[in-house]
Design a binder for this molecule. Structure first.
Ligand code: ADP
Length: 484
């Protein structure tokens, strides 16, 4: 049973322009607990009509919101941040129940999610323009930054809170209004965040959260000319579709898509630190993050020792339901996720990889899978070029720096990458040569609100977090003042 300190945070209606509403036709979709398959709640299954209304309301709310002072918007965001932190435990429990991750990780995600609201509340006050020395004596040239307008955010289930706040935070700070479509697996965290935004005093229409049919809601958000920007986090396939759907109206786009992160351990690395980093990067959220290490490359000199230490550490990971104390690995999101993990392991072992530990469904059954380590993996195996999104660490052996850089870069993705080395020359060379948007050096955890998160190649467009994250929601306007 889901028992919240504040039961009014469990919402079973969508938040459309300041009102809690059902779908026009009364349709619902069930939200279940991936740990036991129990239905937790039902939320409206909305479609294109409700989306159109939310867009109209967002457009109507825009002028007043845009014209407020940045300080005013900032203090409202600050209040929202404080309410999120004050309700951290309830929000974490909601998240664990609908998503499965351990409660400690869920609490961490709520704090991480809130940090984006705090950060962008502060940054709202620093949207500076420019003056440019004029090439002509009678002119003054200026650049203003103005909000893009009505924005849409489509978000995934693996980070039910943070993927929303790192889009909505900068959008609201900039003076945009936003419509959010959370993942159908995890709408409850999103709706609770909307309730707290309302309590913070966000004006009606500035934020809507619509639950329901992805294609219908997403289709309307992408096609409607009043939406000026779409920000999406999810799979590369859906990102590609949305990019095409946004083409007719030339929308601004931010895309945070799949990754295939290399995690490289050189001979000169601190091996214990590398194992610790690999565990943090690979098994967080049961391997279901787009920045999880997907391919572990160990240099020949330390390969065997690394595999042995990694297997020892993996054997200690505690699997269970997210709200059991001490659990580090919860269930995967659904059976399709389990099937993908099994397929990757089967393909790798058939092609000659060695199963060091795990490799099978967990005795708890359902969506639980045993943390797995494979060695002897090579570039022909599916696991080398597809994102696994599960608790499987495939270890490759390599000889030289040049070889591992080439292997790391031989993917269409370019989100996160990691390597361990103590050699300062190598650190610079490899960091510069990796074709990824982010490089963790001697660490497996790199995300925070002050740094730019995002990918190159088919991992996406744009950056989230940091001061650059705000620019994604701002347009430059050039003023040429003549005849002085
Ligand atoms: P994941 O693999 O994380 O489930 P998806 O890309 O399938 O990634 O989903 C991410 C988000 O995109 C979710 O909110 C989902 O409902 C939404 N989505 C899925 N398919 C579409 C689509 N065709 N159009 C718009 N949104 C979609």
């Amino acid at each position: 049973m889901l028992v919240l300190k504040d039961p009014s945070l469990l919402k079973q209606q969508a938040y459309l322009a300041g009102r809690w509403v059902d779908a026009d036709n009364g349709a619902t979709l069930s939200v279940d607990n991936p740990a036991d398959g129990q239905i937790i709640a039902k939320v409206p299954r909305m479609g294109a009509d409700e989306t159109r209304r939310a867009i109209e309301q967002a457009e109507a709310a825009l002028p007043e919101w845009r014209d407020r002072t940045a300080k005013d918007r900032a203090s409202l965001l600050r209040r929202w941040f404080e309410l999120i932190m004050a309700n951290q435990e309830d929000l974490a429990l909601l998240m664990t129940t609908e998503q499965g991750k351990p409660l400690s990780e869920a609490k961490g995600e709520i704090a991480y999610a809130a940090s984006f609201i705090e950060w962008f509340a502060e940054e709202a006050k620093r949207v500076y323009g420019e003056t440019i020395p004029s090439p002509l004596p009678d002119r003054r040239l200026l650049v203003l930054k103005q909000p893009v307008g009505v924005c849409a955010a489509i978000t995934p289930w693996n980070f039910p809170a943070a993927m929303i706040t790192r889009k909505v935070g900068p959008a609201l700070a900039a003076g945009c209004t936003v419509i959010v479509k959370p993942a159908s697996q995890t709408p409850l965290t999103a709706l609770a965040l909307a309730e707290l935004a309302a309590r913070a005093g966000l004006p009606d229409g500035v934020l809507s959260v619509l639950t329901g049919a992805a294609r219908e809601i997403g289709g309307e958000l992408a096609a409607n000319p009043s939406v000026r920007k779409l920000s999406f986090t999810g799979s590369t396939e859906v990102g590609r579709e949305l990019m095409a759907a946004c083409a007719p109206t030339i929308k601004k786009l931010s895309l945070e898509l799949g990754g295939n992160a290399p995690f490289i351990v050189f001979d000169d690395a601190d091996l214990d630190a590398a194992v610790e980093g690999a565990i943090a990067s690979k098994y967080r959220n049961a391997g279901q993050t787009c920045v999880c290490a997907n391919r572990l490359f160990a240099q020949a000199g330390i390969h065997d020792a690394f595999v042995e230490k990694l297997a020892q550490a993996v054997a200690k990971l505690k699997v269970g339901t997210g709200n059991t104390p001490g659990v580090q690995i919860g269930p995967l999101i659904d059976q399709a996720a389990i099937a993908k993990v099994e397929a990757h392991i089967a393909d790798a072992t058939q092609r000659g990889a060695r199963l060091i530990s795990g490799g099978k469904r967990h005795e708890l059954g359902g969506n639980f899978f045993t943390p797995t380590v494979l060695s002897g993996v090579d570039m022909t195996m599916q696991i080398a070029y597809e994102e696994t999104f599960g608790p499987v660490a495939p270890v490759f052996c390599f000889q030289s720096e040049a070889e591992v850089v080439k292997m790391s870069n031989s993917t269409v993705f370019g989100l996160a990458s990691y390597f361990y080395s103590r050699d300062i020359g190598r650190i610079w060379r490899v960091a510069e040569a990796l074709e990824f948007g982010m490089v963790g050096i001697n660490t497996g955890l790199i995300s925070n609100e002050v740094a730019p998160f995002g990918g190159v190649k088919q991992s996406g467009l744009g950056r989230e977090g940091s001061r650059h994250g705000l620019d994604e929601y701002l347009e430059l306007k050039y003023l040429c003042l003549a005849g002085l």
